[in-house]
Write a protein that binds this ligand. Structure first.
Ligand SMILES: C[S@@+](CC[C@H](N)C(=O)[O-])C[C@H]1O[C@@H](n2cnc3c(N)ncnc32)[C@H](O)[C@@H]1O
Length: 238
């Protein structure tokens, strides 16, 4: 009888563990599915159509402006992925970086940019998925794009930035230094996460809290300059 009770108790406990596992897995799948929804260009285009663009500061981000203002290399080839309304693109182009490219997969964002800035060369507007883009650049500029990337595919984001840079090229811009608890993007990120994603791939030239952020983002974002080494730092991308 005792033996029977012990076996039954073990079966119940195993069952509970399995149910807990299934429940945890379901929750994980649900949150991944939720994040996947934010991968769609339909979702992003709708945000622009409905003017739900709270991330958009409406002008070039000062730390990015000041970084490029100190540089002379006007022939450099620059990519601004997830550029949205393209304030950085407009600033760079108007200030002599004529080899600047805007990339965004949301038709409404691209349309708004083109209407605002009709003189920008059409062939420098890349309406496509960042992860499918091929090309090589001297700079890739980050402004609130990483934060919109679901966590599950952030390692691919890091690899794609790496692939898009020429050896010696730089990944420059801003990354939030904290997570957000919104149901959708921006998701934010942490210093530890960035170290894991980027430090094995790039030479770290600068990775510090920005001193010239806009007021609402003061002390809440890192300015980064990560350089693609001339030779891969590990075997993973050779
Ligand atoms: C949070 S917004 C940032 C826009 C702009 N950088 C800014 O700061 O105003 C993210 C942008 O990335 C674009 N985006 C998201 N995932 C993308 C992808 N996989 N390929 C291309 N663009 C993408 C969205 O359409 C959106 O314009």
């Amino acid at each position: 009888m005792l033996c029977f009770i012990q076996i039954k108790a073990r079966l119940i406990s195993q069952n509970l563990q399995t149910n807990n596992f299934i429940f945890a897995k379901k929750q994980q799948n649900m949150s991944e599915q939720k994040e996947d929804h934010f991968l769609s260009k339909k979702y992003w285009s709708r945000q622009y159509d409905n003017n739900r663009t709270g991330w958009d500061i409406g002008y070039v981000s000062p730390p990015i402006k000041e970084y490029f203002d100190q540089r002379m290399d006007r022939a450099a080839k620059i990519l601004v992925p997830g550029a949205g309304n393209g304030w950085e693109v407009e600033y760079l182009y108007k200030n002599g970086w004529h080899n600047t490219y805007l990339l965004d997969f949301a038709p409404a964002a691209v349309q708004k940019f083109s209407q605002r800035f009709p003189d920008f060369p059409n062939q420098h507007i890349l309406e496509e998925n960042f992860f499918d883009h091929q090309g090589t650049y001297d700079y890739v500029v980050e402004q609130t794009f990483f934060s919109s990337i679901p966590r599950t595919i952030r390692p691919e984001y890091a690899r794609q930035i790496f692939q898009l840079l020429k050896p010696g090229g730089k990944f420059v811009g801003l990354l939030f230094n904290h997570e957000f608890n919104y149901p959708g993007p921006p998701f934010g990120g942490t210093t530890e996460e960035y170290k894991t994603l980027f430090f094995s791939l790039f030479n770290v030239k600068y990775f510090t809290t920005a001193f010239n952020s806009i007021k609402p983002r003061k002390d809440r974002e890192l300015f980064i300059i990560l350089e693609k080494p001339n030779r891969s730092k590990n075997n993973f991308l050779t």
